[in-house]
Design a protein around this ligand. Sequence first.
Ligand code: ASP
Length: 321
Amino acid sequence: MRVLMMSAVLLAALGPASAQNYPTKPITVIVPFAAGGPSDTIARLTVAGMGKVLGQQLIIENVGGAGGTIGSARAARAEPDGYTLFIHHLGLATSATLYRKLSYDTKTAFAPIGLVSDAASTFIARPDYGPNTFQEFVAFAKANGDKVSYGHAGVGSASHLCGLLFQTAIQKQITTVPYKGTGPLMNDMLGKQVDITCDQATNTTGPIKSKQVRAYAVTSKARLTSLPELPPAGEAGLPGFEMSVWHGLYAPKGTPQPIIDKLSAALKQALKDTTVASRFADLSTSPATDAQATPEALQKKLLGEIDRWAPIIKAAGVFAD
Ligand code: ASP
């Protein structure tokens, strides 16, 4: 009993002090997609900047599969001590509806730290794909849905969601091919093994500029300054089509607030680091502002996006399980 009381006293004393000294060892950051894709790229740039601020290494662990839900479950189960964090995108919100059985409650399993980034997606195809323009592709897909092989990063991923919106817009099913992330998917597209995808400009700006892929359209309302030749899908055959992919940084629920605050401050500073900011710009990706890189802003975004996408997904009638 005495020992128990002593350890309680010790723990109470250690709590704030350990938050003050935090971090005293490397931090693992789970990315729920394979290496080489946009989530991985954004995470690596961001944590490199945060590592400089915190004076500790942040190590990425890619846990791909099932549209990000395997990595999300791992993050939800992790020790809430500040040494396991998690970067995920819009898919965290949409998988709450796409998957009817998840081992975690998306609304409560995570302690938000802050928004990280936002990027439009782009429709890109293998370099030798037939249709010349987005309008031609839309017409082809309407007539030959089963002949289109559309790659995505698993049910619940942003590329899957974009494909879902596309099929709803053209009222036709296309053949879909799941990957563990759009990094491996891009390799197959360059190898001409898959026809088309809709992936974040973070991943596609380079291959589009070097003409390694055929680029059709962006999913933003207006043209991107970095890829001005691409028409918005909403103006090029699919009226009203719009989607952007935001990323957020989270810790498991129960992580002490002083640690969350320290991480949020480091995130803000990292996003202003000139190297990080210029790489984001090269990749057509907007870093979160100071007002967005906060726990409150991310919490609001996550809950708002769960509510926004639920009726759209239910109307499309697509579930992963
Ligand atoms: N951006 C991808 C997606 O959700 C996942 C990845 O980063 O590989 O489609």
